[in-house]
Ligand binder design. Structure first.
Ligand SMILES: C[S@@+](CC[C@H](N)C(=O)[O-])C[C@H]1O[C@@H](n2cnc3c(N)ncnc32)[C@H](O)[C@@H]1O
Length: 342
C-alpha cells in the first residue's frame, strides 16, 4: 500500500483495493458471497460491497473490526451518494456468544417460570466460576457470592462489563459488613475504571482486587484440573496532549502501568516444567526467567531490572519493527503517534 494512497488507512498490512478487486472479479459473480476471515482493515469486504457481492469479514483484533466497520460505513455513504444500492451489515461479537449460550433458557417457558429458569442458570454459572476460582460458595448469597481464604468474592454481571456503579456498590456492601478485602471477578471491566476506583476504595480502607475470568471456565476439564487462571487486571496510565501546530500529531506520555499477574501461576509452571527447560513468567510484578536443571532445581533470574527492560523483554508488549530499530526506542518514555485523519 502506497503511504500516500487515498485509500490508505494506516493499517500496517492493508492491501490495495485494485489487487483485491482483480481477485474478487476473477473468482466470483455479482450476488456471490465473499469471505475474509483475517480481514484486517476490511479491504476485501469494502471491495466486495462495491462490486455487489455479499460478504463476511472476521478478525480477532478489535482494531481490525473497528477499522473495517468505519470503512464499510464510508463505502455505504459513497454508494448512497452515487445512487447505487448497498446492503446493511451487522457487527457481531463472538466473545459473548459462549456466555449467552450458557444462559440460554430453551423451551417454551414464559413469565415467572422463565425468570426462575434464568435465575437458576445464573446461579449455576456463578458456581462454575467460583469452582474454577477455588472459592467457597457462601450460603447467604445476597450480595457476595463466595469466599477465598480471608477474601470475599463477587462475580460481576455475565453479559455486561463491570462499571463504576458496580464497584461503588461493592464498597458500600463491604462497609456495611465490616469487610475490607474482596476479589471482583468479571469477563470485562469498563475502560478507564482502573486504577482510579481502586485508589478510592483503598482510601476507604477496602482492598479490591479485580480479576479477569478467562474463557477456559467453559472448559470442564480445565476446571476439574484446576488449570483456570484468573489474572489481575493490567492497565496503563497515559497522558495525551495534542501538538498545537499540527493537530494530527498526538504525544502520549506513559505515567504508570501494571501487568497481568496470576497468584500461584509460577508454582504451577515450574512444577510442570521439564528438566533443562526455561520459561519466562510474570511474578510479583516482574518478568522472571525460570530454568530447571537436571536435578530439578529451579533457578530464578529477574529480567526486568529497570522499567525500560519491559520494552525489550516483555512478551505482551509489541512495538513496530521500525520503532524497535530506532535508536531512541525503547528508551523514550514519551513518543509521537500520527493519528489517521478519522
Ligand atoms: C495481513 S492482515 C490482513 C490485512 C487485510 N488484507 C487488509 O487489507 O487490511 C491479517 C489479519 O489477520 C488477523 N488475524 C490473525 N490471526 C487471526 C485469527 N486466528 N483469527 C482471526 N483473525 C486473525 C490479524 O488481526 C490481522 O488483522
Amino acid at each position: 500500500m502506497s503511504p500516500t494512497a487515498y485509500e490508505n488507512l494506516k493499517y500496517p498490512t492493508q492491501k490495495p483495493e485494485g489487487l483485491i478487486q482483480r481477485i474478487i472479479k476473477g473468482h466470483s459473480n455479482e450476488g456471490d458471497l465473499v469471505a475474509d476471515f483475517f480481514c484486517g482493515s476490511g479491504t476485501t469486504a469494502a471491495v466486495a460491497e462495491k462490486l455487489g457481492r455479499k460478504w463476511i469479514a472476521t478478525d480477532l483484533g478489535k482494531f481490525g473490526i473497528h477499522t473495517t466497520r468505519k470503512r464499510l460505513i464510508q463505502v455505504q455513504r459513497e454508494l448512497k451518494a452515487g445512487g447505487q444500492p448497498f446492503r446493511a451489515f451487522e457487527v457481531l461479537n463472538l466473545g459473548r456468544y459462549e456466555r449467552q449460550a450458557y444462559l440460554n433458557v430453551t423451551g417454551r417457558l414464559t413469565g415467572k417460570k422463565k425468570e426462575q429458569a434464568l435465575a437458576r442458570k445464573e446461579q449455576e454459572f456463578r458456581d462454575l466460576i467460583l469452582k474454577a476460582y477455588r472459592a467457597e460458595a457462601l450460603p447467604d448469597r445476597a450480595f457476595f457470592h463466595g469466599k477465598n481464604g480471608s477474601r470475599l468474592v463477587i462475580v460481576g454481571p455475565i453479559n455486561l462489563p463491570v462499571g463504576r456503579l458496580f464497584v461503588e456498590e461493592v464498597i458500600t456492601e463491604c462497609r456495611k459488613r465490616g469487610a475490607s478485602r474482596v476479589d471482583v471477578l468479571a469477563f470485562e471491566f469498563e475502560m478507564g475504571l482502573f486504577p482510579a476506583v481502586l485508589e478510592e476504595a483503598k482510601q476507604k480502607g477496602i482492598d479490591i482486587a479485580p480479576k479477569t475470568i478467562p474463557p477456559e471456565v467453559f472448559d470442564k476439564r480445565a476446571v476439574e484440573k484446576g488449570q483456570v487462571r484468573f489474572a489481575d487486571i493490567a492497565y496503563v496510565e497515559a497522558t495525551p496532549s495534542y501538538d498545537k501546530k499540527n493537530k494530527l500529531t498526538l504525544a502520549i506520555k506513559l505515567t504508570d502501568f501494571s501487568v497481568h499477574y496470576s497468584q500461584g501461576f509460577v508454582d504451577s509452571i515450574t512444577a510442570e516444567m521439564k528438566a533443562g527447560k526455561s520459561e519466562v513468567a510474570c511474578d510479583a510484578g516482574q518478568l522472571v526467567k525460570f530454568t530447571k536443571d537436571k536435578e530439578g532445581v529451579v533457578k530464578r533470574e529477574v529480567l526486568t531490572k529497570k522499567w525500560t527492560d519491559w520494552w525489550t523483554t516483555g512478551p505482551s508488549i509489541s512495538t513496530t519493527r521500525a520503532a524497535r530499530k530506532s535508536s531512541r526506542w525503547p528508551r523514550a518514555w514519551a513518543w509521537k503517534a500520527h493519528c489517521p485523519a478519522w
